[in-house]
Design a protein around this ligand. Structure first.
Ligand SMILES: [Zn+2]
Length: 240
């Protein structure tokens, strides 16, 4: 029964990868919020951050609280083991938690999600321009292009569906007239992805004023992405 074997392997892999206690997960999310502020990647209370605890739980920032004043005990714990999602904590989890849940359910290798409204990513999301392969680190860390998910109202099933489609085979996507989402196997990788996304969007905007962005050819972009996934992919990376 190959299917049972696969399931068994997956469980063992989860046991190795993602079992962390809730306090540790809350601290990781809280620290990431402060790091985003320190790097100018967030303003006010916009955006949300989560960290996977295991295959059915995550720690996520609460709705409408500034990262500046956030303490680890403000972070909510969400159980998404069934369609009847439950949570515990002092504050209600972020209204965008459905997107985080969809990512953890569909992308089993993903351990952290950062949804940001950073300035340059927002500008490209407003222009609804797909970013072509323009920088080596973008191509390696995010993928060959950065797609823009079609517009949908925040916190709806439609925005989840459109964003998941734009994320396919990528570690980041822009969300039309809204912001961006970045994902990684751990928080460090999700943060790097957020940083590289913002830098890439800025380079793309500014290159338009210098005669237009010139792109890396698709074959070389593909080679670099595969090299990155192989080199840093010893922890069960998939390149879906
Ligand atoms: Zn948002």
């Amino acid at each position: 029964m190959p299917f049972l074997g696969e399931e068994h392997c997956l469980r063992r892999w989860f046991a190795r990868m993602y079992i962390m206690n809730t306090d540790e997960a809350r601290q990781i999310v809280c620290d990431a919020g402060k790091k985003l502020i320190a790097n100018g990647l967030v303003g006010g209370t916009w955006g949300n951050i989560s960290c996977r605890i295991d295959d059915a739980k995550m720690a996520i920032t609460p709705s409408g609280m500034s990262y500046e004043t956030l303490g680890s005990d403000d972070i909510a714990i969400v159980d998404f083991s069934s369609d009847d999602v439950t949570w515990e904590g002092k504050h209600k989890p972020s209204a965008e938690m459905k997107l985080h849940i969809a990512i953890y359910r569909e992308r089993k290798n993903i351990g952290a999600v950062i949804h940001s409204h950073s300035m340059n990513a927002s500008t490209v999301a407003v222009a609804r321009r797909e970013v072509p392969p323009i920088l080596d680190d973008m191509v390696q860390i995010i993928g060959p292009t950065i797609r823009v998910a079609d517009y949908a109202l925040p916190s709806t099933k439609k925005i989840v569906k459109k964003t998941m489609a734009a994320l396919k085979g990528r570690n980041a996507a822009l969300m039309a007239n809204h912001g961006a989402v970045c994902i990684g196997r751990d928080m460090e990788e999700a943060f790097t992805c957020t940083f590289v996304l913002e830098k890439t969007c800025r380079a793309f905007i500014e290159a338009e004023f210098l005669g237009g962005a010139k792109t890396i050819n698709k074959f070389e972009a593909h080679l670099m992405r595969q090299y990155y996934l192989r080199k840093y992919g010893k922890r069960n990376v998939d390149s879906d």
